[in-house]
Every structure is written in C-alpha cells, then in structure tokens.
Write a protein that binds this ligand. Structure first.
Ligand code: SAM
Length: 254
C-alpha cells in the first residue's frame, strides 16, 4: 500500500509549521509539488523554504505535477471548476502511480490548512472513490491564513457569542456583515467591498501574512480603503501575485 500525507504547512511563516508536520515530513520518500505557472513559482519556492530545512535526515525525491490550465473567468463557475478538478484527479493519479512505489510514503504540501479553500482533499476523495489506486491517506492540519491574520492584528474573529462567516470575494455581496456576525473574506481578486457600509464597518486586512512581504492595515472602511487598494495594487505589481485576507466587522449603530 502507498501512503500519502496531506500536510498543512501554514500560510507563509516558517515558524508556523507544527511539530506534527515536521515529524510527518521526515517520513517522506517523494514530495509532490504542483506547478501552477510562472507567476506562482514563488509559492513552490516558499513551500521549499518552509519544509526543506526539516527534511535533512533522509533522502527523498521531488516530483513536479503540471497543473492543467484553468479558465479564470468562466461563465459557469462551478461546472468549470468541477471539470478542471477532474483533469487534476487524472494528473495526480498518473504521477502517484508512476513515481511512488508500493510501500513508499508521499506528501503534498498544502498552504495553510487542507480543510480551507483547497482542492487537494477533494481530489484525493475522488482518487480513492475510483478504487484503482489504493492509498493510506493521512491529513496533518496547518495554521490557516485566517488564524495568522487574526494573530497579527491581535483580534478575536467573533463578537461575544456570535458566529463567524467565512466566504470569498465573489460571494461577499450575498453575506455582508451584520451587527452580530463578523465576515472573513478570502480569495478576493479586487477588494472593492461593494455593498459594505463604509461608515459602519471595520476592516482588518493582511497580505502575504507571515512572510517577509507582509502588509497589514486596519480601520474604518471609509478611512482606509483607498490607501489599502493602492498598496495592494502596487504590491501585486511588484511581486506578480498577492494573497490577502480580511475580516469585516459591523459597528453597532444606536
Ligand atoms: C486557495 S486559498 C488557500 C487557503 C489556505 N488553505 C488557508 O488555510 O489559509 C488562498 C487564499 O488564502 C488566503 N491566504 C493564503 N495565504 C495568505 C497569506 N499569507 N496572507 C494573507 N492571506 C492569505 C488568501 O485569501 C488567498 O486568496
């Protein structure tokens, strides 16, 4: 039986790698990386910077899987993403069956935690369901970008006893913060905050949190949004990519 570790590695700070992740990495025979194109090379480099210092005790091989191309602005979002996932399933399965021998241990490194806006577990669910490539799967949790952001701003995510809604920039307009719940937004390409009340909403924002390029901003949306958008645009141009997350919190009105 082949063993496969899905290892959450935190979202940028090498010190966020857990002891459990370090122990897992030390059992790896084959480390699989996903090549997502030139602009994302930096993310493979960062994964190596975070993990390789802990992988010196034994030899391991590295395999790069080329990610199938994806339509970034599809008309039918869910269907397009599903079709793209099917292609990924085939690519992962081919790479594992040819590069990982029976009895060996492989690993995929997942940014943050595998349970949050990451397709790796869904892909492995599909591979397992097909029943043609038996795998012993082990998931190692990691620190999410949300936890890293909350720590850097020293904030609680929830109001007292209240819920926290986690969503994407695409869905924000459908779940704006109320006075009782806070909204965490990830995967937002523009940060326009359409529909958010700028005079009654606080934002805690962070880009590249935990990395050497970290940028943090917080305040009333009306006060900070224009500068935040400018800083964000400039950072994205300078690095060729950006990963940012923010928490929106409605201020109670009298
Ligand atoms: C594909 S999701 C991956 C989330 C990841 N699994 C996690 O646990 O945080 C990518 C999104 O995570 C957020 N993100 C990841 N790393 C980040 C970082 N270092 N700083 C701020 N946001 C980050 C951004 O919202 C980005 O668009």
């Amino acid at each position: 039986m082949r063993r496969m570790l899905i290892v959450g590695i935190g979202s940028g700070d090498p010190d966020h790698l857990t002891l459990q992740a370090i122990k897992a990495l030390q059992r790896v025979d084959v480390l699989f990386f996903i090549d997502k194109g030139a602009a994302k090379d930096e993310l493979i480099r960062l994964r190596r910077v975070i993990c390789e210092p802990h992988m010196t005790s034994r030899a391991y091989r590295t395999v790069i899987i080329t990610d199938p191309p994806r339509d970034r602005r599809p008309e039918r979002y869910e269907q397009t993403v599903r079709a793209w996932h099917e292609q990924r399933v085939a690519e992962y399965q081919r790479a594992i069956s040819t590069e990982l021998a029976d009895g060996e241990c492989g690993a995929f490194l997942v940014w943050g935690d595998p349970s949050l806006y990451d397709s790796t577990l869904r892909i492995f669910e599909k591979i397992t369901a097909k029943g043609v490539l038996p795998l012993a799967l082990e998931v190692i949790p990691g620190i999410t970008s949300i936890q890293a952001l909350a720590a850097r701003h020293a904030i609680c995510l929830n109001k007292i006893g209240g819920p926290v809604h986690i969503t994407t920039g695409r869905e924000l307009a459908r779940c704006l913060p109320t006075e009782s719940d806070n909204v965490v937004v990830m995967l937002d390409g523009e940060v326009t905050l359409d529909g958010v009340d700028p005079d009654a909403t606080m934002i805690h924002w962070g880009a590249y949190v935990g990395t050497e390029h970290e940028i943090l901003r917080s305040g009333l949306v009306r006060d900070v949004l224009p500068e935040l958008q400018r800083v964000r645009r400039e950072a994205r141009e300078a690095h060729g990519w950006i990963m940012d997350t923010y928490v929106l919190s409605k201020i109670p009105q009298r």
